[in-house]
Design a protein around this ligand. Structure first.
Ligand SMILES: [Zn+2]
Length: 392
């Protein structure tokens, strides 16, 4: 039976920003396979080539689930224009020489470290950046037509540094959108990155900036290895405005919720941001091939609700990683439902019940110890800094 589509109650106006061309980006040869063109048994290349982890299917299936369950009818798909970013916009973060290098690789190439791309991807990456900027413009308009926006874009962006692409990312969509909000609107921006990998590129962009709070919760030393320790706390004016919560592999719903309640939400409230930007990756899910965490789709929805209700400001979520074709659609759906304010979903995730019963899903003592240490080292001085600012 086709479910009735006329019974959803939404309490917030959510833009859904997607473009068929995002799905045409080609991320190059598989990371853990080999390019058949390079097949050389003398070098030990006996491994059957597989599909690249960062392929269009996970995100396309999210878009299709949003459509099939009827939620798309309740989303705003017209207010945010989709367009390519200009060089001026790309260089809000990236160096012009890096932009020119990527532009010059018309047949595709590698933008840096694990950042291969195919023909046409330069323009698709610019489309992702430009559409994110348009979403920020729509959110910060004097008479906004939307309360929040979900940008379902490819390629992802949070690893891309000033002078090089990294980790499947070409241009840093989030960093550029945040800079745009600063420069054109004079806004204070909070960025929360819950992709399972560290948002090294975004951290680099705002490391000495006291107008942008960067909060990243990730698996300890996964990718880039060694990146995102809790001792990275910002510098200069931006001291204490970078907070990293590196969780041990195997962390589940309990560890994530405790981290949000103890560190992320209190720091967000103290910072007093005008705009919330979220690097929304789903590779901390229990079935992700590139992460080792145990989150359920339900938990992603709850995290999104916590964020949206902790500071009631315009919010823009950018899709980052997430490589489970089966689970990413449900995780994304739960987040978008939270953004709309939907309390009861009509869609059941068949994996949630079993994953909720996994061992160590609750907060473990060693995880609590790590989070408490990060609170003392990072969140406490950040909260004190901004509480003092408010009172002076
Ligand atoms: Zn990731």
């Amino acid at each position: 039976m086709i479910p009735n589509r006329d019974d959803l109650r939404v309490s917030r106006r959510t833009a859904f920003v997607c473009d068929e061309r995002f799905f045409w980006h080609h991320a190059g040869v598989p990371v853990c396979g080999c390019d058949p063109a390079d097949l050389d048994p003398d070098r030990g290349n006996y491994f059957q080539s597989s599909r690249h982890f960062e392929n269009a299917e996970t995100k396309r299936r999210l878009r299709n689930l949003v459509d099939a369950c009827g939620l798309l009818d309740y989303l705003d798909t017209t207010t945010v224009r989709r367009r390519e970013a200009t060089d001026e916009e790309l260089t809000l973060f990236h160096s012009l020489s890096y932009v020119e290098t990527v532009r010059s690789m018309t047949a595709g190439g590698d933008a840096g470290d694990f950042a291969q791309f195919g023909r046409g991807s330069f323009n698709i990456a610019r489309l992702a950046v430009g559409s994110g900027i348009e979403a920020v413009d729509a959110l910060l308009a004097s008479d906004p037509q939307i309360d929040n926006a979900y940008v379902l874009c490819r390629p992802p962006g949070h690893h891309a540094e000033r002078d090089r692409g990294m980790g499947f990312c070409i241009f840093n969509n989030v960093a550029i959108a945040a800079r745009h909000a600063q420069l054109h609107y004079g806004k204070r921006v909070a960025i929360v990155d819950f992709d399972v990998h560290h948002g090294n590129g975004t951290q680099q962009a705002f490391y000495d900036d006291d107008q942008v709070l960067f909060l990243s919760i990730h698996e300890d030393s996964l990718y880039p290895q060694g990146s995102g320790p809790s001792s990275d706390r910002g510098e200069g004016k931006g001291m204490f405005d970078t907070i990293n919560v590196p969780l041990p592999a195997g962390s589940g719903v309990g560890a994530y919720k405790y981290s949000f309640e103890k560190i992320i939400l209190p720091a967000l409230k103290a910072f007093n941001a005008d705009l919330l930007i979220v690097s929304c990756g789903f590779d901390a899910s229990f079935s992700d091939p590139l992460g080792h965490m145990m989150l359920t789709s339900e938990c992603f929805g709850e995290i999104a609700t916590m964020l949206l209700e902790s500071i009631r400001v315009p919010s823009c979520f950018f899709h980052e990683g997430g490589y489970s074709e089966e689970l990413v659609p449900f995780c994304g759906l739960r987040v978008i439902e939270s953004m709309c304010g939907i309390e009861a979903s009509r869609v059941v995730d068949p994996g949630d019940e079993e994953a909720n019963g996994y061992g160590y899903q609750n907060l473990q003592s060693w995880q609590k110890g790590i989070v408490d240490d990060v609170y003392n080292l990072c969140a406490k001085p950040c909260i004190e800094k901004h509480t003092l600012e408010k009172s002076s």
